[in-house]
Ligand binder design. Structure first.
Ligand SMILES: Nc1ncnc2c1ncn2[C@@H]1O[C@H](COP(=O)(O)OP(=O)(O)OP(=O)(O)O)[C@@H](O)[C@H]1O
Length: 250
């Protein structure tokens, strides 16, 4: 197993009386695609929110590249090399696809340039944006207002935007929700390629075919507890997992 890029150790997050995460530990190895699955309300998005600093852990710690990031602010965590997408797509109103790909990039350039319209962005930023555009096959919609596009394409814009920040770890919250079968298949192949290029991916997804065909490793949450982990083949037949998914049905 490659060394862990991200580690959660005994993380708990409570909301009043609800333990959305209860003593959760996991390792996300470098260069792998890892999935978090579990029924609705299991705590999956809460894990993303704790990792990215949107929520503080009530107990436990998060380590990224061996450094504790538990108490950092969201922008500081983003700067360490963690980017995410959201279950409910969050695109900027009135902005084109191209503008989305320029605005998420960290500023490495002179202050005066930051004040200019995005079309005058520095060449390095434009190059990165161009690469993301091509990677996600968005060339044809480059100058369209992102929020006016079909849902599946909006998801791609969100992922492309996250990539332009140059993350080491990409968190994807339900990346194929709203995509048709062909789009999901294409995305799976694309994520495999990105992973081969060195990106580590942690994703939450309800589409089991997608998850089972893509992920190297899975963690399963139920009622805030990590009830199973392992490769997709072992998780698929794990009795605790079957019970969590089917337990409520007669
Ligand atoms: N900000 C919050 N305030 C109060 N309760 C919350 C908050 N965020 C999450 N919860 C609760 O924590 C639990 C886990 O929620 P979470 O959204 O992490 O689940 P999930 O596994 O992502 O669910 P889904 O698959 O439906 O998106 C739920 O009981 C939810 O109501």
């Amino acid at each position: 197993m490659p060394e862990p890029l991200l580690q959660l150790t005994n993380v708990t997050r409570s909301f009043g009386g609800i333990r959305a995460l209860n003593d959760v530990s996991c390792d996300i190895p470098k260069g792998r695609v890892v999935g978090i699955i579990g029924p609705n309300g299991a705590g999956k998005t809460t894990i993303f929110n704790v990792i990215t600093g949107a929520y503080q852990a009530s107990a436990g710690d998060v380590y990224f590249e061996g450094q504790q990031i538990t108490s950092l602010l969201p922008y500081q965590i983003a700067r360490t090399g963690i980017a995410r997408t959201f279950q409910n797509i969050r695109l900027f109103a009135g902005m084109t696809v191209w503008e989305h790909l320029l605005v998420a990039q960290p500023h490495t350039d002179a202050t005066w340039r930051r004040l200019l319209p995005t079309r005058w962005a520095d060449p390095a930023a434009r190059e990165k944006a161009e690469k993301a555009l091509v990677t996600f096959g968005l060339e044809n919609v480059r100058d369209r207002i992102a929020q006016s596009l079909p849902y599946g394409i909006q998801r791609k814009v969100e992922m492309a935007r996250a990539l332009t920040a140059g993350p080491k770890l990409l968190l994807l919250d339900e990346p194929v929700a709203g995509m048709n079968h062909d789009e999901a298949h294409e995305l799976r192949l694309l994520l495999i390629e990105l992973c081969k290029d060195g990106l580590t991916i942690l994703l939450i997804e309800h589409d089991m075919t997608f998850v089972m065909n893509l992920c190297h490793y899975l963690y399963v949450l139920d009622f805030g507890q990590m009830i199973a982990k392992g490769d997709p083949a072992s998780v698929r037949t794990n009795p605790a997992v079957l019970d969590a998914y089917l337990g409520g049905e007669d």
